[in-house]
Design a protein around this ligand. Structure first.
Ligand code: 2NL
Length: 348
């Protein structure tokens, strides 16, 4: 190679290289072009390696031309890379673009569960009468769940048939929320006025009227001079708040080990006003159990039954919700079917 060859190669290869770089349409193609144009096997590189063999008088000129060719091509590469990077960023931005003119996705509003609606309503009536809300553990010990409530060891409620036991001796899933009131009486002397809402557990075969997990509100009032008349008046006030001014309350004798006397509480049907209909059958809705707290129960909790008396009541939230909303199958409360639940949007 003489100086003329070198000038020609540098000229031609600079032009070819520029064309190749300009033709690259992606960053990957540009990387290939860089190897072809400036790599060790590129024709321009052969000029540089032949430089040593040229006459001394030609070396400075050819060396300078070779450097200019390299610089020109490097600049062309950098310029094209910046162009292609801008294009790539633009494409990414386009893929990520949000069309702010599209209509939004409307969120489906949730609603409170019918059992929550009923529980809140019941609790609200009692808190307005001065009752305090108390809560307690769902895993209870034998004493708080049974013994303190005057439920003897041979009572059917104590056997495996009705209760769900956990793998710790003497512990079970609470069968009613009474244990919370027992704990309240142990913790403080009268006057006491509390409601205990919560989840309770029974060993049941699940069907339209039985669940093994359900909900209760129990209430308890203990003070000097509390009478059965106070129980009746309280339950009448409660029934009127829940079902309207016209509702009547009927008490009939019943037995619970933790009260004496005990009674079953029915309210006149809010649909037919007591005449008898599809909701109630005979005009009455049996909603609660109640009674005067058994002296032994007071004594078990460290309250003097000679000085104090009290009344207590318990009701099933599922039962009240079924009556109130005309629900025929308890399983609907736990199945989570949106078609059922969305019917309570805006309900009270
Ligand atoms: C029912 C019956 C009732 C009570 C619950 C109670 C609680 C204490 C002391 C005395 Cl700490 N009694 N609770 C009393 C009578 C009936 O519930 O059929 N509930 C659905």
């Amino acid at each position: 190679m003489d100086a003329g060859d070198a000038r020609r190669i540098l000229d031609e290869e600079t032009e070819r290289g520029r064309a190749r770089i300009a033709a690259a349409s992606s960053l990957e193609e540009l990387e290939d072009a860089k190897v072809a144009v400036l790599g060790r096997k590129a024709p321009i590189a052969s000029v540089q390696s032949s430089l040593g063999a040229l006459p001394v008088s030609d070396k400075p000129e050819i060396g300078k031309l070779a450097n200019q060719a390299f610089t020109a091509l490097r600049e062309a590469l950098d310029a094209r890379r910046r162009e292609l990077e801008t294009v790539a960023e633009g494409a990414l931005a386009q893929a990520d673009a949000v069309d702010v003119t599209l209509p939004g996705r409307r969120p489906r509003p949730g609603s409170r569960h019918p059992l929550t609606l009923v529980e809140d309503r019941i609790v609200d009536v009692f808190t307005r009468m001065g009752y305090r809300v108390v809560e307690g553990p769902e895993i209870e010990d034998d004493w708080h769940n049974f013994e303190a409530l005057n439920i003897p060891a041979d009572h059917p409620a104590r056997t495996m048939k009705d209760s769900l036991y956990v793998d710790v001796p003497g512990m079970l899933l609470r069968t009613e929320t009474s244990a919370v009131q027992i704990r309240t009486m142990q913790a403080q002397q009268p006057p006491i006025a509390v409601v205990a809402p919560g989840r309770v557990y029974r060993r049941e075969a699940v069907d339209a009227t039985h669940l093994s997990v359900f909900h209760q509100v129990e209430g308890l009032a203990v003070d000097e001079g509390i009478s059965f008349a106070d129980l009746r008046g309280t339950l009448e006030a409660f029934a009127r708040e829940l079902f309207g001014e016209r509702v009547r309350v009927r008490l009939s004798p019943d037995y619970f080990p933790f009260v004496e006397p005990g009674c079953q509480v029915a309210v006149s049907c809010f649909v037919c006003d007591g005449a008898g209909c599809r909701v109630c059958g005979n005009g009455w809705l049996e909603l609660l159990g109640a009674g005067m707290v058994h002296p032994k129960v007071l004594e078990n909790c460290g309250i003097d039954p000679e000085r104090y008396t009290g009344f207590a009541f318990g009701l099933g939230i599922e039962r009240v919700a079924m009556v109130r909303y005309g629900i025929g199958d308890m399983r609907l409360f736990v199945e989570g079917d949106v078609r059922f639940l969305e019917q309570f949007q805006g309900a009270a």
